[in-house]
Design a binder for this molecule. Structure first.
Ligand code: DC
Length: 222
């Protein structure tokens, strides 16, 4: 069923480790918005695709997927954040047929998310450009790759001891390349998005800026 009254759509795009996931989660909680993490869709397919060849029949793979494949629980979601699944997701995200398949699912949610939410916030790479070009408010979050790598390194230090800054930096540079250079729906700022460089801003400062802009455009969100 389609939404009768259009609820606001907010998009938050940006590269890996720019902080957009954390920010979207907090904004969603504060304003009672549905949080659509669009990267999870690619990770789900990445997990299903593990061990299969990209040269295989991708259409057959997609048509063989279970109907409710994107309905996931917390522990399954945790598994999706393994390194090898991220790598697989990134490869699949380049394929037009995969993107079209996922786009359809994302669009369904955009018009059908639960009524208890006041609106929706989408977070990813192509939210403001492809999934919801009609969004009311668009953000593009950016930060220098060395700073993103340092933040991710510090975050991982608390969980693992065997990590290396240089490897994290290399990995982020390669992910950026995959995201920006891909032919279909590359990562780019929508013309009407507000760009925030958070290289020298804390997450708290960035959230304040995002909130201020949201409230200036949607004052009834207060
Ligand atoms: O944000 P993330 O790391 O969970 O994303 C996983 C992969 O999916 C990553 O390789 C980028 C890709 N992705 C995409 O191509 N488009 C999106 N809207 C979101 C993620």
């Amino acid at each position: 069923m389609m939404d009768k009254i259009k609820r606001p759509i907010i998009t938050l795009d940006g590269p890996s480790a720019s902080g957009k996931g954390t920010i979207a989660k907090l904004i969603a909680k504060d304003f009672n918005l549905y949080n659509l993490e669009t990267g999870v869709f690619y990770r789900v397919l990445g997990k299903e695709f593990l061990g299969k060849s990209i040269n295989g029949d991708i259409l057959k793979f997609l048509s063989g997927l279970k109907k409710n494949i994107f309905l996931i629980n917390k522990s399954y979601k945790k598994e999706l954040y393994q390194e090898k699944i991220g790598v697989e997701a990134s490869k699949l995200a380049k394929l037009k047929v995969v993107r079209s398949f996922i786009l359809l699912e994302q669009k369904k949610i955009l018009t059908n998310y639960p009524k208890k939410f006041k609106g929706i916030i989408l977070e990813g790479r192509d939210c403001g450009t492809v999934i919801a070009p009609e969004a009311n408010i668009k953000f593009f979050l950016n930060a220098k790759v060395e700073i993103r790598a340092k933040r991710r390194y510090e975050q991982l230090l608390t969980k693992k001891n065997e990590i290396n800054y240089e490897n994290i930096l290399k990995d982020l540079i390669s992910r950026d390349r995959n995201d920006i250079k891909r032919k279909h729906s590359p990562l780019k700022k929508a013309d009407d998005a507000t760009e925030i460089d958070c290289s020298f801003r804390s997450i708290e400062e960035t959230i304040m800026i995002v909130k201020k802009i949201i409230l200036s455009k949607l004052p009834n969100f207060k």
